[in-house]
Every structure is written in C-alpha cells, then in structure tokens.
Design a protein around this ligand. Structure first.
Ligand SMILES: [Zn+2]
Ligand SMILES: [Zn+2]
Length: 473
C-alpha cells in the first residue's frame, strides 16, 4: 500500500445519472487533469447554478483532455478559462475546429438567453437580472488554449500522465482516451474514458475503435438498454419520402442538428443522387452553423472512413456537395425559400424545432397537405418537434397558431450513439472482461442500470458513480 493520497483517483462531477454536463477529474502525481468540461442543460435556474459554480478551483487544473466537440462536453470551457484556468486543452484537430464554431454559437445563445430573461424580468417589474454565462471574448481565450494531437499519438498531459486518443466514431474528431499514470515508486495505473461512443457503418466516420485496456473504464451509457435499427435502412426511407413528396409537388422539411446529423443526411442524399434514385429537385441546407460545420468536415478528410474515400474522394467528389444541393447562410436567401414554388428538400436547425430557421419553414409549410415533415432525431418532451411527432393538430410558431395538415414521418436509426450491443461489444473486445472495473456515466439511471446488469453478466464490475466521490485507479 502506498502512502495515502498517492494512488491516482478519479471523481465524476457531471453526466452522473444524467446525460449532460460531462466533466471528470483525474488527480495523479499532484496534478489534476479534467476530462471534458461540458454544459449542463435542462431547467434554467438549476443548470445556471451548476454551470456557474464549479466544484473545483479552475486555477488548480493542470490540463483539460477533451473527448469531442458536443456542447455537453466542451460547452463550459469558456467559463473555466474565465475563472482562471491557464493550462492546455488537448484534443484532436477536428474537435478543436468544431468546438470553436460550436462555442461561438453557444456564446451567442447565452447572450440572447440573458437578454430574453432580463426583458421578461423588466416586464414583470422585477429588478432581477442575469449575466450571460460567458461571452465571445471568453470563447476566443479558450480557443487559444487548444493543443491538437492526432489519433494514436501518445502525448504527455501532466507529470507522468500520458494520453492517447482513439476514434470513437461519434462525430467528426470524437475520441475515447486512454490515460496512463506512471507512479513515482514505479509501475503504472491506467484509466480509459470512453467519451461518447458512435456506431458501426455510419456515413463518413470510421467505426468506433476498441477501448484502450485499463484498470478503470469510465464509460457512457446513453442507450444502455436500447437497440437501434441499422443506419443504412434510413437511406431507403429517405428515398421513399422524397420520391412521394416530389410526386405530390410538396416540400420535405427536415429539422436537423447542425453538426453530425445534417452531414449524415447530406451524405445519404449524395449517394442517392449518384445512384440516380433522387427526383430532380432542389435541396437546401438552410443554416449558417450547419454550413460552417460542413466546412470543418471538409477540412478533415483524415477522419473519413474507407467507403467515403472510395465513393467520393477517389473520384474527386466532395461527399458533402453535389449539383442539386445549396448551402444557405444569408437571411435574405433563407427568406426567399418561403416563396419557392414546387417540390424541394429543406434541412434546417434546430433539431428539436425549438429555435432557428426551421421555425420559419414549419410556419410556412405545415398547413400544406403536400408537405412532409421528416423527423430524424430525438425529440425531447415539451419541444415543438415532439408535438409534431405526437400528431398535434395545431402548433404555435412565433406566437401564431398554425394548423398542421402535412404528413409527419419519423426516421429512427440515425442516432450518433452506440446502442446496448455496441457498448457491450467494447467490453467483449477487452483482453479480459471478467473482473474489469467500470463506472457508467452519461445516461439516465434506467439506461445506465440496465447496462450495468448486462455488463455484470460478462463479469464486469460496473456501477454508477456517486458525484464527487473519489475512485482509486
Ligand atoms: Zn456527443
Ligand atoms: Zn454527450
């Protein structure tokens, strides 16, 4: 037994019994490595408090290791920097680029949200005011701290602590991270952080790589008790829906997240186009953020899988661009779509119809029986997307009641997260699953607990961590 405090240990401070706010602290050799620094999302007051009050002093953090660019993993980095963090943020190059645009967007949303809140307070006659969680200047200071590392390249992140990134196949640049801690008295302990794990056979991205074997595995469990239909089948649904809408002379309106989902859809559409299975009709991606994210996807072909290289790159094609596809950034061009005659496909954000340009398109088209709204992602409770999915006869957009006369089609199976079997596979691939220790995070308790049970059947000692408790490696 070493002296107390000498063994490296891990504490989970977010994504515990929930899916947002990923942040975990590794203490080793007197240094502190923070894994992710994500934003909590949910009820406003509670998330504001959790995002604002960090459970550790940012000035004592040596380095941040970032798994990927989703806002629930990187979204609170500007707050960490604003409160005095002065180390490096280590991640892949694609993650650094995507995080840059997503954090700028997040700062903009924070500012709008604070303005809205303060305006409402004023109307109520209250002098309650809130400040945005962070500002664009904080984002720029954060971007300055990124240090990028290629996949499979071992790099030192703290005294005697090395990290290696492996492709997690979740979004562009996403990684699972293997960390090795050299102990002062000799020997080493190892921790592997799964990040968010993607799926096999998804467009553009490689399949998730096996995890680096370790003494302790910190693993996501978003869909610990669910099985997804194969992603490839979705392409057939897409072809059918567009074919039918074109025959009726209607529009296909697709609410989609800007990063990942939009590019997957474009990829499938491009394949269908090359296969001659799309009717001749204009396709629009109407979102400045999606357009910027697509530029990042184009800038990182090193992240593409073999089919993408074979089908597109080797033939000189851009996988994310083709004759009938137009990316729209300007407001004027976006407004012009409102008066566009004839069939068309319009992909716009936000993915759950809570904000963004998708609202204009819904307002103009859901009353038309020739329209199809194609739902391609998860729709949380109380969102407009969920209401459409549940067959609402009227919806409220910008304070105006609009009748719903269109068709609503749900396309499941485009999730960017591994399902139960995908997660179990990661443990089956380990040299010795039996006796493996695992902490399950990034999941609602029913999902995480179900996964723990399935892992138990493999001999893995899996449990849900208690927030802030130390776990020795
Ligand atoms: Zn993610
Ligand atoms: Zn996540």
């Amino acid at each position: 037994m070493g002296r107390p405090g000498q063994r490296p240990r891990l504490r989970c401070y977010g994504a515990v019994r929930t899916v947002t706010g990923s942040r975990h602290l590794l203490e080793a050799n007197g240094d502190r490595v923070l894994l992710d620094c994500g934003l909590f999302q949910g009820r406003r007051a509670e998330s504001r408090r959790k995002n604002r009050e960090l459970p550790f002093d940012p000035r004592t953090i040596t380095t941040v290791v970032l798994s990927h660019a989703h806002i629930d993993h990187c979204g609170n980095l500007p707050q960490l920097v604003a409160q005095g963090f002065r180390g490096e943020i280590v991640c892949t190059a694609a993650t650094a680029d995507l995080a840059g645009i997503l954090l700028e967007d997040s700062a903009f949303i924070q500012q709008k949200d604070a303005e809205y809140y303060n305006r409402r307070a004023l109307e109520r006659g209250s002098d309650d005011r809130i400040e945005p969680l962070y500002r664009i200047e904080d984002v720029w200071a954060t971007i300055d701290r990124f240090r990028t590392v290629p996949y499979h390249y071992e790099t030192e992140v703290a005294r005697g602590v090395r990290a290696v990134f492996r492709d997690a196949g979740h979004i562009l640049g996403s990684a699972s991270v293997g960390l090795t801690v050299e102990l002062p008295g000799g020997g080493a302990r190892r921790l592997t952080f799964s990040g968010d794990i993607g799926r096999k056979l998804m467009p553009i991205l490689r399949d998730p790589e096996p995890l680096v074997p370790a003494d302790l595995i910190l693993c996501e469990s978003t869909y610990g008790d669910r099985l997804h239909p194969p992603a490839g089948e979705q392409k057939q649904v897409l072809a059918r829906v567009i074919g039918e809408a074109a025959a009726r002379g209607g529009k296909v309106i697709v609410p989609a997240f800007s990063v990942g989902r939009t590019q997957n859809l474009v990829y499938f559409l491009h394949e269908l186009f090359l296969e001659g299975r799309l009717p001749r009709l204009p396709i629009f991606v109407d979102s400045p953020l999606s357009s910027r994210a697509t530029l990042v996807y184009r800038a990182h072909p090193e992240c593409y899988d073999e089919p993408t290289k074979d089908t597109f790159l080797s033939a000189g094609h851009d996988p994310l661009g083709f004759r009938d596809l137009t990316y729209i950034t300007s407001v004027e061009r976006s407004m012009e779509l409102n008066t566009l005659e004839g069939p068309a496909v319009i992909i716009a954000a936000s993915g759950m119809c809570e904000a963004g340009r998708i609202l204009h398109h819904l307002k103009h088209h859901v009353g038309d029986p020739r329209t199809t709204v194609l739902i391609v992602g998860f729709q949380a409770e109380h969102t407009l997307g969920r209401k459409l999915l549940e067959g609402a006869e009227r919806i409220k957009v910008y304070g105006e009641e609009v009748p719903v006369r269109c068709r609503v089609v749900a396309m499941q199976g485009l999730s960017a997260h591994a399902d139960r079997d995908g997660l179990l596979q990661l443990f089956r691939q380990l040299p010795e699953p039996r006796g493996q220790r695992a902490l399950l995070v990034h999941g609602e308790p029913p999902q995480s607990e179900a996964l723990a049970e399935h892992l138990g059947a493999l001999g893995v000692e899996a449990r849900l961590p208690v927030e802030g408790e130390p776990y020795e490696l």
